[in-house]
Structures are given as structure tokens and as C-alpha cells.
Design a protein around this ligand. Structure first.
Ligand SMILES: [Fe+2]
Ligand SMILES: [Fe+2]
Length: 190
């Protein structure tokens, strides 16, 4: 499916703000891909589709989970917000005909991160957090780091995400801790 068709279809699935966030994410992802030597077209597609399931109601999310036997762990069952990346990957495959497992994995990993992050996983994780509409505390610092060092920028974004969850008394998915440990080991303990 070409980019214009994806955008057209997404328009029917997402609210205005979410669509803008998705387009922004895809633009940042494209730029980061060019900077860090990844396929810009794939990054653009993954960025556009990463939140394709985010505006579905809980009932529909549950239906897709059951229909496609999406495996849910104990933590995801307790945090419905974490369903949209998993359902999003299925919708990207079934409705947008995205067959590339690397793109599908990046969509799956965009919210929690994943223990072993591929280059595209990092690009999408980061683009989602730093696109121009994002205004979390310290986002400017992460944007600047994204210009210099991708791993350090992802580490900063993971840290900020984890600190936020702790401040809210929220559960933390263990893969986020694994992702942080792996990237931290790479950038600090070398
Ligand atoms: Fe998301
Ligand atoms: Fe997003």
C-alpha cells in the first residue's frame, strides 16, 4: 500500500489530533532513518501506522485480540493502554497489507520498548516521543540528543517514561526495564 493510500485510510480510523501525531511521527522517523542509515520509506510507514489502533474502543481491541489470538501477558492485561501496539501490528498486517516483520515489530514495540531493539524499533520509539506535538518535561533535551546519538536519546526517553510511570504509581512492563538495561549497557558500560 502506498503512503497516500495509507494516509487516506488512516484518516478514517483516527481522530484529527492522532492523525497529526502519526504524520509528525512518520516525518521525524524519516529524518532519523536518513541520519542513522535506515530505509526512510520503511520508517515513514512504521511511523504513520504505529498508533493505527489507538482510537479503537476497548471492545474492538478485545475482539481483535480474540480473533487473532494475540498473546497477552499479566501486565498487559492490567494496562489496557498497552493493547494498541499489539492490535496495531495486526491491523497493519491485515488491513494495510504490511508484511515486513521489522515494521510490524517496531509498531508492537513503540509503547514499552522491547528487550532487543532493532534500529527501526529505536527510530519509531523515539519519533513517537519527540515529534513536535509532544511536550513532556525534558522533551527538548531528548530532541537534541536525537541529533547526536540515537541510543542515548532512546535511553533518555525510556528513563523519562519510567520516571513518569513511577511518579504516577503505575505498573511498569518488564520489557521496558530490559530495553533500558540493554541500551544502558551499550552506551555506558562499554
Ligand atoms: Fe501509541
Ligand atoms: Fe504515538
Amino acid at each position: 500500500m502506498d503512503i497516500d493510500l495509507i494516509k487516506k485510510r488512516l484518516k478514517e480510523m483516527l481522530g484529527e489530533e492522532r492523525l497529526e501525531h502519526s504524520v509528525n511521527t512518520s516525518k521525524v522517523a524519516r529524518k532519523l532513518a536518513i541520519k542513522y542509515g535506515y530505509d526512510a520509506g520503511k520508517a515513514e510507514v512504521a511511523g504513520l501506522l504505529h498508533d493505527c489502533a489507538k482510537d479503537l474502543d476497548y471492545k474492538t481491541l478485545e475482539k481483535v485480540v480474540l480473533e487473532y489470538n494475540i498473546e497477552l501477558d499479566e501486565i498487559i492485561r492490567k494496562i489496557p493502554k498497552l493493547l494498541h501496539p499489539l492490535v496495531g501490528a495486526v491491523i497493519a498486517k491485515k488491513e494495510f497489507n504490511i508484511q515486513d516483520p521489522v515494521i510490524l515489530k517496531a509498531i508492537k514495540a513503540h509503547s514499552t520498548g522491547v528487550a532487543q531493539m532493532s534500529l527501526l524499533d529505536k527510530i519509531i520509539y523515539l519519533s513517537d516521543k519527540i515529534e513536535p506535538l509532544r511536550n513532556m518535561d525534558g522533551v527538548e533535551e531528548v530532541r537534541k540528543m536525537a541529533e547526536i546519538d540515537l541510543d542515548r536519546a532512546v535511553l533518555m526517553a525510556l528513563d523519562k517514561g519510567l520516571l513518569y510511570l513511577i511518579s504516577k504509581g503505575s505498573l511498569i512492563h518488564p520489557v521496558s526495564v530490559e530495553a533500558r538495561n540493554n541500551i544502558l549497557s551499550k552506551v555506558v558500560f562499554v
